[in-house]
Design a protein around this ligand. Structure first.
Ligand code: EPZ
Length: 420
């Protein structure tokens, strides 16, 4: 096991380059199973989640080779259709193999992902969408058993009680890409990672339009080719570093950032007094004083992303007043509250909201990471706090942030990874 030891107080200064997006890379890696030739992906970050999915793809007869910044993916045994529980339980996102498997191999057995600390993670909308395309799906002993001789295009509404589903939309796009006829997804997720998947599929010969909007139209084709594709930069990593600059009252330059993927988060940062200035192909982020208090509500894209909620909470913990943070996507996504309170924050959970009473300064303390974005929030809090913070179970953070301590050290942070 490893922990981070952070000495807080240093304003971050310097330049950081954003890696490729985890949440774009994962569904695109799964979607390569639809192609008849090898696919080379550029910009896939070196993350635990990417390694986990590569392991699952290997169980599915797909060879994944890392060649520097490139990932070469080739199906070598298309007869394997079983994504086993002992691997799927490591990562909820493994569900993204279901649509490609069903569309290309006509059968799939994928373990139900189960929940995680950020909440119950149902897949009812995924199943609803695939059944609408004619799949025969049953749940048996914790597995999703799916089969379909030939998927047929259909009109499907994919909206749920918490908005649409990102990976459900991804699964349906993959299934529709090779289905017979036209598929229309109403109430589709609009996240940039969904757009990126649609662009990847089109680059391989699919016929998809409207991706990135709530209505996606897919004309099924008979085959997809291989080729090369570069995934988009990680908007959640970008937002995390923006908030880190604000939390430490620093001034940083962020390269390879797509501000158009972060309008809501940038708007919120500017509202609380953070300077965000695009220029010269990069983005400059700086803050000279404590953040102003505000209200934060997480929403489906283009709203403020739930994946930045914990990071905003760490920042607002030292705001000059009271802020209210409301989670509309994962109402239980507040594991970071107790840990931030250990660092002197004054946060009270009220149902799907948290009332954050700003304190002048956080104090370093030993804390426990619980999930990917909560871990990132604790790192930001440690960078801003007075004294030493130790963050245990940092394998959570390695799931979604590439070389995070190296990037922070280059920005002047005092952070080290220590074996425990
Ligand atoms: C994706 O998860 C992301 N993961 C999550 O990022 C992100 O938080 C989430 O989208 C929301 O933006 C990846 O892309 C790998 P959803 P996904 O299906 O697709 C409910 C991170 O930190 N729902 O869009 O699994 C669900 O319970 C991760 O990088 C149903 O009710 O999320 C939730 O309340 C965490 N039925 C809401 O919809 C379903 O069938 C959104 O979930 C599916 C989802």
């Amino acid at each position: 096991m490893e922990k981070f030891v952070i000495e807080g107080g240093a304003p971050l200064r310097g330049t950081v380059r954003i890696s490729g997006a985890k949440n774009a890379a994962l569904p695109i890696m799964a979607a390569t199973m639809l192609a008849d030739e090898p696919v080379t992906l550029k910009g896939v970050p070196r993350l635990r989640d990417v390694a986990t999915l590569a392991g699952i793809l290997a169980e599915l007869g797909v060879k994944v080779e890392r060649m520097g910044d490139l990932l070469r993916i080739e199906t070598v045994n298309p007869d394997l259709i079983d994504a086993p529980y002992h691997m799927v339980r490591k990562m909820r996102a493994s569900i993204c193999v279901l649509g490609p498997l069903l569309a290309k191999r006509r059968r799939a057995r994928v373990a139900l992902p189960g929940g995680c600390v950020i909440g119950v993670r149902p897949v009812d909308l995924h199943i609803k969408g695939l059944r609408a395309l004619g799949a025969d799906i049953e749940i048996r002993h914790g597995d999703i058993i799916a089969k379909a001789d030939r998927l047929k295009g259909a009109e499907v509404y994919l909206g749920g009680a918490f908005g649409s589903t990102v990976l459900g939309t991804a699964n349906l796009m993959c299934a529709g890409a090779l289905a017979e006829g036209k598929t229309v997804i109403e109430g589709a997720a609009c996240e940039p990672e969904v757009t990126d998947l649609g662009d990847f599929l089109n680059s391989a010969g699919a016929c998809i339009s409207g991706h990135g909007t709530p209505r996606i139209e897919i004309e099924g084709v008979s085959r997809l080719s291989g080729g090369e594709y570069e995934v988009i930069p990680d908007r959640v990593e970008t937002g995390t570093f923006m908030i880190a600059a604000a939390a430490t009252r620093g001034s940083i330059k962020i390269e390879n950032a797509r501000l158009d993927h972060l309008r809501a988060a940038v708007d919120k940062l500017q509202e609380i007094g953070v300077e965000v200035t695009p220029g010269g192909g990069a983005v400059h982020v700086s803050a000279a004083s404590l953040p102003l208090p505000t209200d934060v509500v997480t929403l489906p894209y283009p709203g403020l992303p739930t994946d930045l909620q914990a990071q905003f909470m760490a920042l607002l913990a030292t705001a000059d007043g009271i802020s209210v943070i409301t989670e509309k996507i994962f109402p239980d996504r507040f594991m970071h509250v107790a840990e931030l309170n250990r660092m002197g924050a004054s946060i009270r959970k009220e149902g799907a909201s948290a009332v954050v009473r700003g304190v002048g300064e956080l104090s370093g303390a030993p804390v426990m990471a619980s999930d990917l974005r909560a871990s990132a929030a604790l790192v930001l809090a440690g960078l801003a706090a007075r004294g030493i913070t130790e963050i245990n179970r940092i394998y959570h953070i390695d799931r979604g942030y590439e070389h995070i301590e190296e990037k922070l050290i280059r920005l002047g942070a005092s952070i080290q990874r220590v074996d425990v």
